[in-house]
Design a protein around this ligand. Sequence first.
Ligand code: AMP
Length: 249
Amino acid sequence: MKILVPVKRVVDYNVKVRVKADGTGVDIANVKMSMNPFDEIAIEEAVRLKEKGAATEVIAVSCGVAQCQETLRTALAIGADRAIHVETDAELQPLAVAKLLAALVAKEAPGLVILGKQAIDDDANQTGQMLAALTLLPQATFASKVEVAGDQVEVTREIDGGLETLSLGLPAIVTTDLRLNEPRYVTLPNIMKAKKKPLDKVTPAELGVDVAPRLKTLKVAEPAGRQAGIKVADVAALVDKLKNEAKVI
Ligand code: AMP
């Protein structure tokens, strides 16, 4: 069974992002970029399934600019067998990515597609669900445990107030939550090995997908700055402030 893992290149989670002065988006010039953390978890899970003998090949795919190949090399260093770069300079929205992935699902026929539950840059949380809709495959989102048994996959999901376990027929789409696993450290020998693994390039046009944006961003704004806190002398002063300044009691 093949496992397809889409990995997105995003602003590193340690970077404090700045909104562009004209409010059209976030400034990503000279900013550290990394693999979306939920996608690192997805690659780790796919590699573990292969190590357990439940999968035979792990294919990483990234859609976007030329530098996405760095993200793919990281995926190969974690343990993916080969990579596909869908190269485009166009702005990609979740529906466009889902269509590109659907075309790759038709071509590669994976038994499982494991995506991140969301990309930490746009926080859309849409691509996995849209891919399931486009391919008509069963989906389990927010996975905290994934077990493959024969032609079924059992997925434990984190839901409000507890856990839900679903059984899906393969092929299926799964999206990862934070507690699914802890991705391994990428070692230098594996980074060296990753350089020799196959990385194919394809364009959206070759996959027959129109990636033109369907949504228009009207404005991006910083959240209002938080005011510094103060220390109050005693409980009476606290109650007074809550009542008369914050007006919450
Ligand atoms: P989103 O719906 O944008 O929050 O993204 C959810 C997941 O879809 C990510 O964690 C990735 O697994 C996948 N994904 C989104 N955009 C891309 C992309 N440009 N290339 C590869 N995978 C992507």
